[in-house]
Structures are given as C-alpha cells and as structure tokens.
Design a protein. Sequence first.
Length: 337
Amino acid sequence: MAKKMLEVNQLTTKYITRQGEDVYSVDHVTLDIEEGKSLGIAGESGCGKSTLALSLMGYYFPPLHYTSGTIVVDGKDITGLDPDTVRKTVLGSDVAYIPQAAMNALNPTRKVGKFIEDVIRAHELPMDKKQIREMAEQRFAKLGLPVDALDKHSVELSGGMRQRVVIAVSTILNPKVLIADEPSSALDVTSQKMVIKMMKDMMAQGMVKSMIFITHELPLLYNVTDDIMVMYAGQIVERGSAKEMVFDPIHPYSRGLMRSILVPEEGTRDVKLTAIPGTPPNLKHPPIGCRFADRCRYATAACKVNQQPLLDIGGGRSYRCAFSEKELREVYEREDG
C-alpha cells in the first residue's frame, strides 16, 4: 500500500472580517495524497481553492483562522503548531507553497542565490555559503535552469524564468508536499509548458514527494494530475481520477464546469459552450441546504434545506448530492439525447 504524504480530516478554516463576521471558506474538507501522486483542485474564483492551499500549511495569520480538523504530513501532525515552529520545521521541508503571481514574489533588490541562502538559514541547517552555492548550482542544473541565474536579480529574468526560479527556490529542501496555486497563470503557452514540465520532472526525480496543483482550468489538470477535486463554496463536491472528472463528471456543478470550457482532447468543432447560471452564495451566510441548489437545474425543494455528506462510491470516487449516481446519469443521458 502506497504511503500517505498528506492526510487532511474535516479541516475547517475561516476569515474574520473587521465587523467580526465569520466567512467559512474551507468547510470540513477531507482529502489525502499518496507518495508519488498529484491532486488537482478546480473551481470558480472564490470557491476556496487558495484558502485551502494556505490552510494546508498550518500557517495562520489574521484574518485567516484555524477552526477545526487535522493536517498530517508524512505521519507528522502539524495541526496547532505555533507559527515559529511551522516556519522552521514545516514550511519548505514538509510543505512548500508556490503562490499566485509567483513570478512577482522575488524582491527585485536581491539576487536569486540570496533567497536560497535565506531558506537554508531559516531552517538552521549546518551549511556554509560554499555548500549552499554548490547545492543551488546542482539543483538548477538538474532542472534545466541556467546556473548564472543565481547571480541575477529577478528583473533581469523573463516572466517564465522567474516563475521557474521561484519553484526551484521553494523546493530546494525536497518537500513532502508541493502546493502550487495557479503556477501557470499569466504565462504564455510556451512558458506554461516549461513550468509544467519542470514540476513533472521534480516529481519523477523525487525532489517533491507529492503535489497539489490548483487552477480553474480543468483540461490543464487532465494533463498534469492523477486525481481532481472540485470545490464549490468552501466544500468538496466531487473527486475522482483526472480522466473521470474531465470526461465523465457526476455532480451537476462539475458537469457545468466542463460544459463551460473547451476540452481539446474531445475536439472543439461544433461544440456549444454553456454557462452556469447565477452566482456562488455569500459565505458570510451560506445556505442551510446544498450550496449549489440555487444554481442547479435539477434541485428540488428538499435540496435547499438538506445538506448532503460527501458520498464515497468506491474506486477513489466521491460526490456530494441528494440524487443517486444512477439518477443523475439517467438525466444526463436524456439531455444528451
């Protein structure tokens, strides 16, 4: 049986507004990732993807607050650790995070090599400057990055190169889990391919044990991850293999997402795109029933007052809906004619 690199159980985190209102952007999320595997997380903007990424590091600063649940990385429970302990013993070594717009994350007044020194020093590793330099050069060479980039400022590098440099710096300590929050956004197609190839190479070479890849582009996840999890209004609504989620989604929201975008593997000729009506609920006052009910064409009155648990249907597949898999598939079949 494959080793679990990340096990999350019923994790709930919230934002507290200046008015003292609670916004539960991550609501009882449970997930796990095995060593050597990658998980994609998809959903509309505001569904909680990025908040989940921040929450998984166990590193909380206002207005984000931990509420309940557990996070275990490679058998080590990081739940409830104080921020200083998390920074020294978890971030970078157990969990590495690539933020959105990472290409702009580097201080333009410092050279790239200095950032790697900072990572090593923060973890209090017994290495001198020469050893750190040698390690950095070896890592850059393995990842196909020019070694002389270590002596350059970020403004001297292209956007795609800055993105890859940030990934290399963040993963210099070979983390158990890499969380990449839309790492290919704002890049041209060529740069996107280079970033994705780099991340796959790191997985293949064991520099990263497992990966979470966050994006709103489901077809992109099909080519990058093993499994895909769809979030809506802070909750998981479906999870399955990448192939299942892209070509055979069960939940009405997942199906709506796939019908609103083009999937090159399916062909694009004569494809009619349809939008999901309405807008996501306000998480200051979430619905008492299914959070997708107001936008779902199949919802009944009961859906709006009864919230369904995430149902495990076997084979790593699960979804959250009052309708059975058989009922949903019959409806979809009639629609598709």
